[in-house]
Design a binder for this molecule. Structure first.
Ligand SMILES: [Zn+2]
Length: 271
């Protein structure tokens, strides 16, 4: 599943190139998770102003309205002057004066949704509950502390829920909790101030490094599909069940939390 760094790198891969382009044609394939919300032809002749990101949504601002694009479980975007003919998993394609933007999504949990503005109910429904951006200035330590204090669930699941801070998915939550020395099952409200500060720094660090790593391989990434789009960060715990901890050599454990795998070092990460 594409996580925040992958979505941010996807944005970086085409935002500058598509800005200012005029839409010439839109083609839809099989239904995605949610309907587009207007006739595809209605987008023709609109101009794309900018591509922003909010959580794991890409926001394509147009001179009138915006498109909210989500990669779902298996989606990937390509933007190029010339593309091979659309394949069976290409379910959205937008031809512009600068090139064609194509969404490939074999599992079709992704979506492209039109909203007249960010105040449009459809946009509010998708974006309204999202927490602050972890890579922006709004990700303030005090707010993070308050958010965790108010939540009694296990810290890993509080991070994944995206209401305190948005876009920290399964891989990066596991890694950040390792860096901060916090057991994933610890109740969010019971984590002490200094440990919350360490976690705050770790979340930023692990996401920023992933974006940087992805940015350095941008050329490959723009052609990547699904899982291959992951940036191979040197994982400390994620996916390393049974292996030795890189810090203390204790065997890394795996548990299930809310149907997701969680990996941790029982010695380095305290409850
Ligand atoms: Zn360890």
């Amino acid at each position: 599943m594409p996580e925040l760094p992958e979505v941010e790198v996807t944005r970086l891969s085409f935002a500058d190139r598509i800005a200012g382009a005029q839409i010439q044609a839109v083609r839809m394939g099989k239904p995605l998770r949610w309907p587009l919300g207007l006739a595809p032809e209605a987008l023709v002749q609109r101009r794309i102003r900018a591509v922003r990101r909010r959580g794991k949504y890409l926001l394509l601002d147009m001179d009138e309205g915006l498109l909210l694009l989500h990669l779902g479980m298996s989606g990937s975007l390509t933007f190029a002057r010339e593309l091979p003919p659309a394949g069976v998993h290409d379910h959205f394609e937008m031809q512009t004066t600068r090139g064609t933007l194509r969404l490939n999504d074999p599992r079709r949990f992704g979506a492209v949704v039109y909203a007249s503005s960010e105040q449009d109910p459809v946009a509010v429904k998708l974006l309204g509950k999202l927490g602050v951006e972890p890579l922006g200035d709004a990700f303030d330590l005090r707010l993070f502390q308050q958010g965790l204090k108010a939540r009694s669930g296990p810290i890993k699941q509080v991070l994944l829920a995206g209401e305190v801070v948005v876009g920290v998915g399964n891989i990066y939550a596991s890694e950040a909790l390792f860096l901060a020395g916090i057991r994933p099952t610890t109740k969010a409200s019971r984590i002490s101030g200094p440990r919350v500060a360490r976690l705050h720094a770790a979340v930023r660090d692990v996401l920023a490094r992933a974006v940087a790593k992805g940015g350095s391989t941008l050329r490959d990434f723009s052609n990547a599909h699904g899982e291959s789009g992951y940036f191979q960060l040197e994982a400390m715990v994620y996916g390393r069940e049974g292996g030795p901890c890189h810090v203390c050599a204790t065997t890394i454990k795996a548990i299930r939390q809310g149907q997701r795998s969680t990996f941790f070092c029982p010695v380095c990460q305290k409850p």
